[in-house]
Design a binder for this molecule. Structure first.
Ligand SMILES: [Zn+2]
Length: 153
């Protein structure tokens, strides 16, 4: 019983000391809330569960998309609307992700996918394929942007 009593006495002493000296009170380095005296970390329990740097969602076309027979057929048929829809669906992307990747507007991409618009401008086709990261083996060298200047890495 003496052991238990001593433990409580120490805890009480520590607690009183901490509240009496407000400036000495440890605060969460992230949100600034008061840290529990049992918390030896510099952040509160809630903040410890939050990653220091929130991962930003970066849209990305999966490389295996280009092995998809439907994607290859759409590209061979120059059906860029179907190509966009297939690339988007197989990569789990949204139309605004596609807009971010290609620099083409989301309304335009939408019309392209539904067939309301067709992509005929060679420069736009090149931008689209480059943005999606289409491999040169599939597009052929004609549909690739001009090689970047040396040293431009
Ligand atoms: Zn916190």
């Amino acid at each position: 019983m003496t052991d238990g009593d001593e433990g409580i006495a120490v805890l009480k002493e520590g607690y009183v000391g901490a509240s009496a000296i407000t400036e000495g009170h440890r605060r969460c380095s992230r949100c600034g809330c008061r840290l529990s005296c049992y918390n030896s970390d510099s952040r509160c329990g809630g903040c410890q569960r939050v990653p220091a740097v929130l991962p930003t969602r970066q849209p990305r076309v999966l490389p295996e998309v280009w092995a998809n027979v439907g994607v290859q057929a759409a590209l061979a048929a120059r059906d860029f609307g179907r190509l966009c829809a297939l690339v988007r669906e197989t990569s789990g992307l949204r139309q605004d992700d596609m807009a971010t990747l290609t620099g083409l507007s989301q309304p335009f991409l939408s019309m392209l996918e539904t067939g309301a618009r067709r992509l005929t401008n060679i420069d736009k086709i090149i931008i689209l394929l480059d943005g999606l990261g289409a491999p040169v083996e599939l597009t052929g060298p004609m549909l690739r942007p001009l090689a970047t200047a040396p040293g431009d890495e």
